[in-house]
Design a protein around this ligand. Structure first.
Ligand SMILES: Nc1nc2c(ncn2[C@@H]2O[C@H](COP(=O)(O)OP(=O)(O)OP(=O)(O)O)[C@@H](O)[C@H]2O)c(=O)[nH]1
Ligand SMILES: [Mg+2]
Ligand SMILES: [Zn+2]
Length: 282
């Protein structure tokens, strides 16, 4: 049997790439549940050219459905304005699932000052780049594509535009922000891995609507360990197993007050802890 990687899935039809680089369309053996095969899956192809087995996964995202993600490029922009709570949840999701997060602030041509402000919040926490798909700066993305990478972020931030700019052709469908909001739908529907040099892929996706569910398995007291900027202060906090959500003499809260920890990141952290606490009550 031959090893292959699933690049695309449309209804019952899969596009797979063999180790020698050949790309072909195939179906799954009747004994396999086709819902159980994801883009990014490493599979075995039998002599009839059908998918016979799915190999063990490193991680999996349910919506959008992608498996074995190495890196997530989280895209933000001035239009639509960056939702920092979503960015924080995506970074947390990455850290929990062994995915390397990279923040890409796009549309620098629209508002460079705003892009820099967003980048400044994150540059010490994750690898951060500022680009525009309208000029040459988009090439900064290219060196980031290692292994299976996915683009994530709100609708209209420019994920499909990034694919098109990198490929130098219009292969991913792009719509204006106003058209998207009129329809209330994202333009990109299917997940597909685009190849950028051997072994390196970038997937265009349509947002991460099941993100909250994916984070629910976390305990409220483990979230803080995924905030590297808390560490130096958390160590000094005099309360044992402190959640750093109460103001009485907590070293992390002090650091927020003194401007050592970004206040928006911190507020989003407490919001997340509260959300998880409340859900656990049911
Ligand atoms: N000014 C400017 N506009 C951009 C840039 N990148 C993308 N756009 C525009 O932003 C709009 C949305 O781009 P898309 O690439 O469709 O966004 P998307 O993130 O793929 O959206 P969904 O598929 O709905 O999730 C389009 O009108 C693009 O032309 C940029 O760097 N600068
Ligand atoms: Mg898109
Ligand atoms: Zn504390």
């Amino acid at each position: 049997m031959n090893k292959a990687l699933i690049l695309k899935k449309q209804a019952d039809l899969f596009t797979a790439e063999l180790e020698d680089g050949r790309v072909f369309d195939c179906v799954a053996r009747k004994t396999l549940k086709k819902d159980g095969i994801f883009v990014g899956d490493r599979v075995l192809i039998d002599q009839d050219g059908a998918i016979a087995k799915v190999e063990e996964r490193k991680n999996i995202l349910i919506r959008p459905p992608v498996a074995n993600i190495d890196k997530m490029i989280i895209v933000a922009a001035p239009i639509p304005k960056a939702d920092l709570y979503t960015i924080d949840k995506l970074i947390l999701f990455c850290k929990v699932n062994g995915i390397e997060p990279v923040l890409c602030v796009n549309k620098n041509d629209v508002d460079a000052k705003y892009c820099e402000e967003v980048a400044n919040i994150y540059k010490k926490i994750v690898k951060t780049i500022i680009i525009s798909t309208m000029d040459e700066t988009f090439v900064k993305i290219k060196t980031q594509i290692k292994g299976i990478c996915v683009l994530a972020g709100q609708s209209a931030v420019g994920k499909s535009s990034i694919i098109n700019a990198l490929k130098g052709e219009q292969i991913a469908k792009v719509d204006t922000f106003s058209k998207k909001t009129e329809r209330g739908k994202q333009t990109t529907r299917i997940v597909q891995l685009f190849e950028f040099g051997k072994g390196n892929y970038l997937a265009d996706t349509a947002g991460f609507s099941k993100l909250d569910e994916a984070l629910l398995n976390l305990q409220e007291n483990e979230i803080k360990s995924y905030y590297p900027e808390f560490m130096p202060y958390a160590e000094k906090c005099k309360y044992k197993s402190c959640l750093h959500t109460n103001s009485n003499d907590c070293a992390v809260v002090e650091a927020v007050k003194n401007g050592k920890i970004n206040e928006i990141r911190y507020r989003n952290y407490t919001k997340l802890v509260e959300t998880i606490k409340n859900i656990k009550k049911f």
